[in-house]
Structures are given as structure tokens and as C-alpha cells.
Design a protein around this ligand. Structure first.
Ligand code: BG6
Length: 501
């Protein structure tokens, strides 16, 4: 059921950037078309350039035309365009924020509840908040003020804590919305519902029945034109620190008392804080890193494309060598009664043979081994590109002999008539609704950095050559070093067969 949204103004910092052009503006338009924006809602785009309102509206039209090639409803377009305004936040103007405050004080144009979306460089998060506060734009005495912080929230624990302390001089925790776009994905939100809205999973969801869990994010894409960013970040910080640890938290958490934001976040925090810190003395058995070398990857239309290796890409940009990982696989244990001793293998990689994000759970051996070659059951919750749940079970091969084979029950979670909603649409709506349940609490961010920092540090100090894998291949065999037992192996996409080394 749609929640009520107060009349409000969304102030979009970084409106000229890619995220805003490709996702946020079209996303807001779709929310408007779906009737989810309140009648009194305005959008103030904030950018560095001097642009007239007229030109900005023409620019928005261009963004929508590009995104919605099949056209869109003219009435909705008129309504949407009327909501939009532009403000030049010139860095050379010391009075820019004062002027912004004067612009926003026009109550007729701008409903007085303000949500600020900071799609800006991470180093600008705190300065923007400080300046907003300086001109009274965070004052909640009459209306609400919320601030959405894009990722990453810090680059390690100390920097996250430093950012937090700068923000909390001006904001309460309840006003800060730290984004992780994975939490806006329908299939990620579905993990908790699958677990708790079906009676059959919960009794099996523990160390007595589960052998291990794999959380995988594989991409065919490389680092593209983000070499400088990526080389300062690496796979662990880019994907694992938040997106994948959040997926782990949703997979492993206890049932929340209810669906209130505080209840859900409290359970996630408990799980993240229960993950055993990595023993850096034993890091080579718990974490594995690699970089992609030149190879051939499958592109969208099924054709192959020759691609360069990571180091070659860096060389072109003037970076001579790098130890930074484009592949990371880590073994974690959740030290609580439910999960004691169950390994969680979490891996992420660029330039793999396929792009797929999934949670794969292998159950323990059945109590009776009736036939040779009997496999263990697997349950896969596939997040993307296909949203589905697949259960693999052993069943008798019809015929004279007693023999089994693996059959699968594949339940798509999407019907062709279902709408596809971008995660930013969901998250922007939640921001305006005042629902932080799909945003990160500072305790989650801290717990995540605590886990990741020691690995990043140990890898940075280790100058031995980083393992290379051919772009377009499967996991390097050597990554198997993190498995607890010899019969464990990486699972790939949801197709049956061909998924063992
Ligand atoms: C981003 C990372 O946060 O997530 C990218 O910076 C990554 O490197 C992307 O490709 C993956 O997101 P999605 O939604 O495409 O799985």
C-alpha cells in the first residue's frame, strides 16, 4: 500500500552528473507517472554551471527522450516539468548557500520539507552538510530535513567515523540516509520475505541443515573508464564492503519483530557484528585476490569481444603497476547459535564468463545415501539478471533400476507483466516517505569496515605478484584454497550442470 508523502522539495546536488541524468531524473519521472509523487512536490537541481531554467528543462527533456525511447505521456511530462527548477551553486560564490536558502524560502514554489540528495564527490559530503547547516537549511523546527549520502560512506573505519562525526554535528541519525543501491533491488528486498513469508525455509535455515552458503556477484564488465577510482578502491571496498555484506546480513539475520525500519536494521546490525573478524595471520586461507588479464568476454548480444587486462588498462592511464584486486573471494563465519561453523563464501569479480548475482545454499548430506552419486540439495536465490528461486532435489530416474538424478524446481519471481523498477526509484520514494529501512545505519557501516579494513591492509602490504585470470573465464582454481572441504566448489548461474570445476 502506498504510504503518504508530505509535500516536499527534493534538492538534487550533482544534478549534472551521470547518476542524476541516467537514473535519478528518469526515476523521478517514472514515480510521477505512477502517481507516487505528492501533488505538492518540487525538484531543485543544484549544479555548478550557470544554466537558465528554460535550458535546464530542455536538458531534462533530452534525458527523458534518451531513456524512454518509446515515448511518454505528455500530461505527465507537463506535470513533471512544472516541478523542476535549477540553482547554480557556484564554487566561487561565497554566498551561494545563502542564495539557495533565499530561493528555497519561496513557499509557493518549494514545499518546505526538504530532502537533500547528495550525488557529489565523497569529499564533498561533509562540506555540503556544513554549509546547509550554516544557512539554517537543516533546521527542523517546523519541517523535516533529510540528507541522502551516496556511497561510499568513508574509505575505511576511521574515515567513516570521521565523516559521521562531522555530519552528526548538524544532523540526527534519523535524518541521515546512507544509500546502498542493492537494498533498493526488488530481489534483494525479497530475500527476507522469501525466508520469513514461507513456512518451509525457516526450520532448515541453520547450521544443522546447511553445509555452506555462497554469495556471488560476477560481472562481465571491466572497470571501464573508472580506472583511477577503481585502483584506489578495489573489489573489496567497491562491492564486498557494502553490497555483498548487506546481502549476507539479509540471508543470515534472525526474524525481525516486525517490518519497522528499526526492527529490520537491529537484526542486520546483530548479524554484521557477529561475523568473526578475519585472522590476518591466516589470511591466505580465508581470502583470495586476483586481477583479470586480457581475454574474451561475452557481450550483451551473446557475441565475444576481445578485452584488455586490468594492468594494460591502468598503463594507458599512466599507472604502471598495481596490486589492486578485481577478484575477491572471502570466507566468513557468523559466530552465533544459528550459524556456528557454517562457512559463508562471498566473492565478487569483474570480467568473468557471466554476469550473475546469487545466493546459493548447499544443504548437508541427506541422512541416507541410497545411491551412488547422490548430490546434496542446493537452494539458489538468484538476484540478477534473472530473479528466481531454484531448488535442486534428488529424484528417482524412472526405470527398472534404483538410481537418482538431480532435478530442479525453478520458481521465477517475476511475471512478464510485472513492472521493472530501478532501485533508485524505490530508494528515492523511501527517502520522501521517511522510511530508512532500506538505508544503512551507521552501526552497519562501521561493522562492515571493521571486517574489510584488515584484509585491505594485509593485501596492501603484500607485494607478492597478484594472481591473474583470463578475462571471460571462471574463478581461478587457486581461489578454492578458501574452501573448508575438498568437495566444495563454486556455483555459477542458475542453469543446471556445468557448474563444477
Ligand atoms: C557499484 C560498483 O556500486 O555497483 C560497480 O561501484 C558495480 O563497480 C556496481 O559494477 C554493480 O551494481 P549492479 O546494480 O549493476 O549489480
Amino acid at each position: 500500500m502506498a504510504k503518504r508523502i508530505d509535500p516536499c522539495t527534493l534538492v538534487l546536488f550533482g544534478a549534472n552528473g551521470n547518476l542524476s541524468r541516467i537514473k535519478l531524473m528518469p526515476g523521478l519521472f517514472r514515480l510521477d507517472a505512477a502517481g507516487r509523487l505528492p501533488e505538492h512536490m518540487a525538484i531543485l537541481s543544484v549544479g555548478r554551471n550557470a544554466v537558465t531554467r528554460e535550458n535546464w528543462l530542455a536538458d531534462i527533456k533530452g534525458m527523458l527522450d534518451k531513456k524512454f525511447k518509446d515515448g511518454y505521456d505528455e500530461e505527465v511530462f507537463k506535470r513533471f516539468i512544472a516541478r523542476n527548477h535549477y540553482f547554480e551553486n557556484s564554487s566561487s560564490d561565497p554566498d551561494a548557500y545563502k542564495k539557495m536558502s533565499t530561493v528555497l524560502s519561496d513557499e509557493k514554489t518549494f514545499p518546505q520539507n526538504f530532502a537533500y540528495f547528495l550525488s557529489v564527490r565523497p569529499t564533498d559530503f561533509a562540506p555540503v552538510v556544513e554549509q546547509l547547516s550554516g544557512v539554517g537549511l537543516l533546521d527542523e523546527s517546523k519541517y523535516w530535513r533529510r540528507v541522502l549520502i551516496e556511497k561510499p560512506f568513508g574509505t575505511d573505519l576511521p574515515s567513516a567515523q570521521d565523516l559521521q562525526s562531522r555530519l552528526t554535528k548538524h544532523l540526527k541519525e534519523s535524518q541521515i540516509y546512507r544509500i546502498d543501491h542493492y537494498l533498493g533491488k526488488s530481489a534483494v528486498q525479497g530475500i527476507m520475505l522469501t525466508r520469513f513469508a514461507n513456512a518451509m525455509f525457516e526450520p532448515l535455515w541453520n547450521k544443522d541443515h546447511i553445509d555452506h552458503v555462497q554469495i556471488t556477484n560476477n560481472e562481465t564488465l571491466g572497470v571501464g573508464d573508472r580506472t583511477t577510482f577503481y585502483n584506489a578502491t578495489g573489489a573489496l571496498r567497491d562491492m564486498f564492503q557494502s553490497h555483498l555484506l548487506q546481502v549476507l546480513a539479509l540471508t543470515a539475520m534472525e526474524k525481525p519483530a516486525d517490518l519497522q525500519p528499526e526492527s529490520i536494521r537491529a537484526e542486520k546490525i546483530k548479524v554484521l557484528q557477529s561475523i568473526r573478524p578475519i585472522d590476518v595471520n591466516n589470511i591466505n586461507k580465508q581470502a583470495f585476490r586476483a586481477q583479470y588479464a586480457a581475454g574474451r568476454v561475452c557481450v550483451g548480444d551473446g557475441h565475444g569481444e576481445n578485452v584488455r587486462g586490468y594492468l594494460d588498462e591502468l598503463n594507458t592511464d599512466g599507472i604502471e603497476s598495481s596490486q589492486v584486486e578485481t577478484y575477491a573471494a572471502v570466507k566468513l563465519f557468523v559466530d552465533n547459535p544459528r550459524w556456528q561453523g557454517v562457512p559463508f563464501y562471498v566473492r565478487t569479480a569483474k570480467r568473468m564468463h557471466e554476469g550473475n548475482t546469487a545466493i546459493s545454499i548447499r544443504f548437508k548430506k541427506a541422512p541416507m545415501q541410497l545411491t551412488e552419486g547422490q548430490h546434496q540439495n542446493w537452494l539458489t536465490i538468484n538476484i540478477q539478471p534473472r530473479e528466481c528461486i531454484k531448488l535442486e532435489i534428488e529424484s528417482k530416474i524412472p526405470g527398472l533400476d534404483i538410481a537418482t538424478r538431480t532435478m530442479s524446481i525453478d520458481a521465477p519471481q517475476r511475471k512478464s507483466s510485472d513492472e521493472t523498477i530501478d532501485s533508485y526509484e524505490t530508494l528515492m520514494l523511501n527517502l520522501m516517505e521517511g522510511d530508512p529501512s532500506q538505508y544503512l545505519h551507521i552501526s552497519e557501516v562501521e561493522a562492515q569496515w571493521k571486517l574489510v579494513d584488515p584484509i585491505v591492509k594485509a593485501w596492501a602490504e603484500d607485494s607478492s605478484p597478484v594472481h591473474q585470470y583470463v578475462a571471460g573465464s571462471r574463478d581461478p582454481k587457486e581461489s578454492g584454497v578458501i574452501f573448508e572441504s575438498e568437495d566444495q566448489f563454486w556455483r555459477y548461474s542458475i542453469e543446471l550442470g556445468g557448474d563444477k570445476h
